[in-house]
Design a protein around this ligand. Structure first.
Ligand code: BES
Ligand code: ZN
Length: 460
């Protein structure tokens, strides 16, 4: 931290207490996908609500949804002439499994070498907490904040945000804002303050192939009866050609090219393609013809996430399976529409299915891609704030992951979104040993606090 602002010394003085608070938050196993943890998800919501109130929110509520609750908080003391910032994050986490691969238990936070290890430390409890502390820092040092601050924290992001949009639509008045801020992405590299100006969207589907009415002896029936496992493998393999392009008809129709200037800037980022490949222990990457960063950030793709059919246990069993199932995700870029892509994929699966099997396609969830102009004054204000917080020049990146509500909020409020990432790519989000660099957490609090000031001072 390089700034001599009172905020900077306030942060220095409160490191220990904030860490203890984070420990409490991270001890709550708020795994949204597991019905058995619904009580824990609610406990995390209630814990967060209390901390938002302590930070200075004078309005606060738990909004019930058809699923997990939404946490709302607001401080509006800056008045009508000041901008209002809506901070969106998620307090739910991914499951901890495989738990045996963690170096310390996932819900018993531990600091090692300046990194906080626990499920949810980076994604997203630690990152969202940055903003609560930024409000606290303003309230405790100046008795007020340069902008009005509204918090919208959901408990279902990791399962595709099925209910939060309905909740947002019920509370448009409370949530109306001039800018949205999200911290649920990564910094490009240690020490490099990073703003993300593009996220991929998602269409996630399940494909079921039904062959004969029961499993069959592969000697008695094989060669005569269409095999669902083989059929599904062929259908999925047909989705990508030898150049790595997706063959689903119309897949690329709505893709908007990323501006050349932006792609040129990506070339200046400290990225070593060979080191990336070697870190994965693979000899080659998909032959897309584009750079790795472009393939991840600017190109849509299709991935088989899971495959299930037939006998997969120890030993062998001669069987012609009756069914086969695959989970498929398609990551989308602007301006692809998840519904339209899901329609195209579904139609393609039916087209590829040979006579002798029945194919069913089920839609799991989806989200629109999102992108923003790096030149927008609100993003520029954020870039200046991060520069102050981290003491280095801010870079712009896109990310391959998805945060479905981001495009929805932009549609509903028509305001710019700032994605300030404080995680790092090697912090094991969704994996064992998830962690968050504490230096980035504290510099993140400074950046978030300075953003309020930069935004109030800019004429955007
Ligand atoms: N924090 C991630 C989004 C993300 C991933 C940002 C990678 C930057 C890089 C978020 O919590 C997440 O995992 N989202 C899911 C969304 C899905 C469940 C709808 C994802 O991307 O798989
Ligand atoms: Zn997340």
């Amino acid at each position: 931290m390089t700034d001599t602002h009172p905020i900077a010394s306030y942060i220095e003085d409160h490191r220990e207490r904030w860490l203890e608070e984070l420990f409490e938050f991270l001890r709550i196993p708020s795994i949204s996908t597991d019905p058995a943890r619904a009580g824990d998800v609610r406990s995390a919501a209630e814990w967060l609500l209390g901390r938002l109130e302590e930070a200075g929110c004078t309005e606060s509520a738990i909004w019930e949804t058809a699923g997990h609750p939404v946490v709302y908080g607001a401080w509006r003391g800056a008045g009508d002439s000041a901008p209002t910032v809506l901070i969106y994050g998620h307090y739910d986490v991914q499951p901890e499994d495989p738990v045996e691969l963690w170096s310390s238990p996932p819900f018993e936070p531990e600091v090692r070498n300046g990194k906080l290890f626990a499920r949810g430390s980076a994604d997203d409890k630690g990152q969202l907490y940055v903003h609560a502390k930024a409000l606290e820092a303003w309230m405790q040092t100046e008795g007020s904040c340069p902008v009005n601050v509204v918090f919208l924290m959901e408990g279902e992001e990791e399962v595709g945000s099925p209910n939060v949009a309905a909740s947002v639509k019920e509370h448009l008045d409370e949530l109306r804002c001039d800018a949205v801020v999200v911290s649920d992405t990564t910094m490009f590299a240690p020490g490099l303050p990073t703003l993300c100006n593009g996220l991929r969207g998602l269409a996630y589907l399940q494909v079921d192939v039904q062959g004969p009415n029961r499993d069959l002896h592969s000697g008695m029936f094989g060669g005569a009866v269409v095999n669902p496992a083989e059929t599904l493998a062929q259908m999925l393999a047909a989705c990508r050609d030898d150049n790595g392009r997706i063959t689903v008809p119309g897949f690329y129709d709505d893709v908007v090219e990323v501006p050349q200037t932006e792609r040129d800037d990506w070339k200046a980022l400290p990225f070593d393609g060979d080191a990336y490949r070697e870190s994965l222990d693979v000899e080659a990457l998909l032959p897309t013809g584009a750079s790795t960063l472009e393939s991840l950030w600017a190109q849509p793709t299709l991935d088989v996430n899971g495959l299930l059919s037939g006998f997969t246990g120890e030993g062998s069993k001669t069987v012609l399976p009756a069914t086969a199932m695959a989970k498929v995700s398609m990551r989308l870029v602007a301006n692809q529409d998840p519904e339209k892509i899901a329609d195209a994929f579904e139609a393609y699966m039916h087209e590829l299915a040979p006579p002798g099997v029945k194919v069913t396609v089920k839609r799991m969830h989806g989200g629109k891609p999102w992108s923003a102009s790096r030149e927008h004054p609100v993003l520029q204000a954020a870039a200046r704030a991060m520069e102050r917080g981290f003491g280095a020049q801010t870079v712009f990146i896109r990310e391959g992951g998805s945060i479905p509500l981001v495009a929805t909020l932009e549609e509903l409020f028509g305001v710019p979104t700032v994605m300030m990432g404080f995680g790092l790519p090697d912090e094991n989000a969704h994996a064992p040993d998830e962690n968050l660099d504490l230096g980035n957490f504290y510099d993140g609090v400074a950046s978030a606090a300075y953003f309020f000031e930069e935004l109030a001072g800019s004429d955007s």
